[in-house]
Design a protein around this ligand. Structure first.
Ligand code: XMP
Length: 519
């Protein structure tokens, strides 16, 4: 353990059995201002104890304890005297290890169910007699292990929640972490504060203080380089490091010519003039466009842009003399990856390289100060460090920029058309009252030309597709039902104001099966 204080005194260890909801458990705990971490389910007793957890949560997962090779935690963790909460598969694990009986239920339970509370103490305190919960299980506990009592049931599941109060072992067959269990947050809060006796002290202010201390300790008087994109992750990383070491941070902003209308100027203004960061703006538009000439394949385009970025970044870094550290805006979901193989989960930490592929000889040491944070936490940190709303609330923008929003070859002319059209989309959408619920809204240029008529003239010009989606994480997305009036205004403005476009279409496909970007 390091000599400086942690940003939290107490933590909750979540043993990861591979459920798709695991990160949600961690988030729900942290929303209660208690730090939590996902850990491999087979973590050793010693390692777990060294983290000094106030409580342990056994997550859900795709396996069955009835299987021969079912993933199980170290038996000893139930005897540590630390409160345990088993969720779904975690409940079955708890029952199995305590001598209960688990059976394959008749058809299982999936979806919303009414839960009847049999005991309103601790875990269900203040929640009334019944509540709606989200079930997703085949197996169920059919007879209680010794020392346990039933806390709640559903019409088809007689043991939907149980506890052994003396040993502080608790379990839920349903998922309190998903929003489909509307009172799940209170249940988790009861576990944290009534059972584990945690105190809510995980705040972003304490995180910042700790991160600054840690960066100073790690870096000393040495220098750090950081690629700034203007997105919330890289911007927050830069602000945090700047707070710790000031001018010893060198930021590089690569203008690849594939950014949106006015974006470079905006970023320059915010970071250089307003926030006083030490930034080197590198104009590399010609280099990128030259390499993209004649390239139609989307994967090739991405590869070229990635490579060229590295080339530019490496050249600039070299000019700056000796720099020891490279800062990256890696977040917790990037750093932890749940892998479920043949029903048996494992949590592996992957090394995530936002600036992957830097030449070996550069030998940077990595610093990733946001590695423990979720995106919503990063936004709070960014805000506390003085980043303007424009950056904090910026929609995700792909690394290869507008190149993946021009279907086919990227040419200067097409780029100009797309930037103009996208500028209009952005201007109009921002006025829409539902703007804050939109995940991404942008224009795409299709290489398809079609016939139109303007005045008395026949035209033969490009098509712009409008893409506006809602999403919570970019993994799935639904197209937004924009009002016709807004669609009409955007279409009219693009056709009237942008030379080279005579048709606008609206993309009404969801993800899956379509993707958000067109390439
Ligand atoms: P798709 O198109 O796969 O996009 O549905 C999902 C989310 O990821 C963003 N995206 C990228 N972000 N580099 C990035 O940093 C990329 O190469 C990239 N490609 C897609 C996309 O904008 C959406 O939010």
């Amino acid at each position: 353990m390091s000599e400086f204080s942690k940003p939290y005194q107490e933590m909750i260890a979540i043993l990861d059995f591979g459920s798709q909801y695991n990160q949600l458990i961690a988030r729900r705990v942290r929303e209660n201002r208690v730090y939590s971490e996902l850990l491999p389910f087979d973590i050793s007793r010693e390692k777990l104890l060294s983290l000094n957890p106030r409580g342990i949560i056994l997550s859900g997962g795709p396996a069955s304890v009835l299987d021969k090779d079912a993933p199980l935690p170290h038996r000893g963790i139930l005897k540590l005297g630390i409160p345990v909460l088993g969720i779904c598969y975690g409940m079955q694990v708890l029952a199995y290890l305590s001598g209960g009986k688990i059976e394959r239920g008749k058809g299982g339970e999936y979806g919303a169910r009414k839960l009847f509370i049999d005991n309103e103490e601790d875990l269900f305190q203040g929640l009334g007699k019944s509540l709606t919960v989200w079930m997703s299980h085949k197996d169920e506990v059919s007879s209680l292990p010794g020392g346990f009592e039933v806390l709640a049931h559903t019409e088809t599941c007689s043991i939907a929640a149980m506890r052994d109060k003396k040993r502080k072992l608790y379990a839920l067959q349903f998922h309190p972490e998903v929003t489909h269990t509307p009172q799940g947050r209170e249940i988790i809060s009861n576990f944290l504060f009534r059972i584990c006796r945690c105190s809510p002290e995980w705040t972003m202010t304490s995180f910042i203080e700790h991160a600054v201390q840690k960066i100073r300790h790690q870096v000393g008087k040495k220098r750090v380089i950081c690629a700034l994109s203007g997105g919330v992750d890289s911007s927050t990383t830069a602000m945090l490091i700047n707070k710790a070491i000031g001018k010893n941070l060198e930021c590089i902003f690569v203008d690849n010519g594939l950014l949106r209308l006015g974006e470079v100027e905006k970023i320059r203004k915010i970071f250089k003039e307003h926030l006083k960061l030490n930034i080197h703006f590198v104009g590399a538009r010609e280099r990128f466009l030259k390499r993209l000439r004649g390239v139609l394949n989307p994967e090739k385009k991405r590869k070229i842009i990635g490579e060229e970025f590295i080339n530019v970044f490496a050249e600039e870094a070299e000019k700056l003399g000796k720099i020891e550290f490279l800062a990256q805006g890696t977040l917790y979901p990037d750093a932890i990856e749940s892998v479920s193989t043949k029903g048996g989960p494992s949590a592996t930490i992957k090394s995530h390289h936002n600036v992957g592929g830097l030449p070996e000889k550069m030998h940077f040491k990595l610093i990733e100060p946001l590695r423990d944070l979720f995106k919503d936490e990063v936004r709070i940190v960014g805000k506390e460090l003085g980043l303007p709303r424009e950056i904090i609330e910026r929609q995700p923008f792909p690394g290869p920029g507008l190149a993946v929003r021009i279907v086919g070859e990227v040419t200067p002319k097409r780029l100009e058309i797309l930037q103009q059209a996208d500028g209009i989309v952005s201007e109009e959408i921002r006025k829409y009252k539902g703007y804050k619920d939109i995940w991404q809204s942008f224009a795409v240029l299709l290489p398809l030309k079609s016939v139109g008529i303007m005045g008395d003239e026949r035209t033969y010009e490009y098509t712009i597709a409008l893409r506006v989606v809602k999403s919570s994480d970019g993994m799935t997305a639904d197209w937004v039902r924009l009002p016709y009036g807004l669609l009409e205004r955007i279409s009219q403005r693009i056709i009237n104001e942008v030379n080279g476009v005579n048709r606008v279409v609206y993309d009404i496909s969801s993800k899956p099966p379509s993707t958000i970007e067109w390439e």
